[in-house]
Design a protein around this ligand. Structure first.
Ligand SMILES: [Mg+2]
Length: 325
């Protein structure tokens, strides 16, 4: 740091000036004093700048949601629990002699956004499959979330695209996923990935899935991506394409859109979306063909103002007007 050296130099000049025997050196003493004062100010500013700089960014607290999903044993337990239930369900289903129809799922041109596809190809049962979303369902995007956390910034589509193209670095399988996919394959059930990663990065996504021990994944066969059809991020059309060739016995995802596009209708309020998923015929599907992985970090599940999340009958605060005894 230059400022302390400048101070030392100026103080030395001041001392020398003080020792000088020549009376007309008073001007030099004043100049040295001014230098010393300026140096002190400079040090002050430097120290202020240093203290305003963030400490080591790795020492800062990670966002709560990331701490939970990527750092906690609770999240690992929740994921493994979901995957164990999925294996039990799918393997039991595969043992059934007859599976006339797929699990209920979002399909295009169905009455309420949900329907079933035939599992029969003529008199033959189609091969069995389970459809998985990718991000935060089978694959944890550790590197991309680290980048967001350390920058303290929101989602950046260009950085995400670079992340998709990065292939298989700084990733991990969701706890329980590798075992589940292996057990499904051993039972003759094909895992098929239906993700909103971009079709132009198909090779990189195949590579990431393979690197995480989740593959094989082959675009157009066992991997379906945004851009495969004209419906953008919607997944119903892709589900229909998969169901043409497979008998889909279960679905897994971290977003309701991984089960049916209907849930992501932007017209649905926060509470209506929750009610739709949690009641009636849809409620019966959870753990019974539909399997949800936790993701509090991003996505449609974490929308909502305080007023939307807490409707009037969910509000309470202590009465601070009464005297305590
Ligand atoms: Mg996802």
């Amino acid at each position: 740091m230059k400022a302390p050296a400048a101070i030392a130099g100026s103080l030395l000049a001041l001392q020398l000036a003080g020792c000088a025997t020549v009376p007309d050196d008073e001007a030099r003493m004043q100049a040295a004093a001014r230098d010393a004062a300026a140096a002190m100010q400079s040090v002050g500013e430097t120290m202020q700048a240093v203290s305003a700089e963030p400490a080591d960014p790795l020492e800062a607290d990670a966002p709560d949601t990331m701490r939970w999903l990527y750092g906690s044993g609770e999240a690992a337990g929740a994921s493994i629990q979901t995957y164990r239930a999925l294996i039990d369900f799918a393997v039991a289903k595969a043992r059934q002699r007859s599976i006339p129809q797929s699990v209920v799922m979002g399909l295009p041109e169905s009455d309420n956004g949900l329907s079933q596809a035939s599992c029969m190809d003529g008199s033959r049962l189609k091969p069995l499959a389970v459809i998985f979303d990718v991000d935060e369902t089978v694959l944890l995007n550790l590197g991309a979330e680290y980048d967001q956390a350390v920058r303290g910034a929101g989602f950046d589509p260009d950085r995400w695209d670079a992340w998709e193209r990065s292939g298989g670095v700084a990733i991990a399988p969701v706890p329980g996923a590798v075992t589940a996919l292996r057990e499904l394959r051993d039972a003759g059930i094909t895992p098929i990935f239906n993700t909103n990663r971009n079709a132009r990065n198909a090779v990189d996504t195949e590579q990431a899935l393979n690197a995480a021990g989740l593959g094989p994944a082959r675009h157009g066969e066992t991997l379906f991506l945004k851009g495969d059809d004209a419906s953008g991020s919607a997944k119903d059309l892709r589900r229909a394409a998969i169901a043409k060739n497979y008998c889909v016995i279960a679905l897994a995802g971290d977003n309701l859109g991984d089960f049916a596009d209907r849930f992501n209708d932007p017209e649905l309020s926060v509470q209506d979306r929750r009610r739709l998923a949690g009641r009636g015929e849809y409620a019966a599907l959870w753990g019974n063909g539909w399997f949800l992985l936790p993701n509090p970090v991003y996505g449609a599940s974490i929308k909502g103002t305080i007023g939307e999340v807490f409707p009037p009958d969910a509000r309470w605060q202590p009465d601070t007007t009464s005297e305590s005894d």
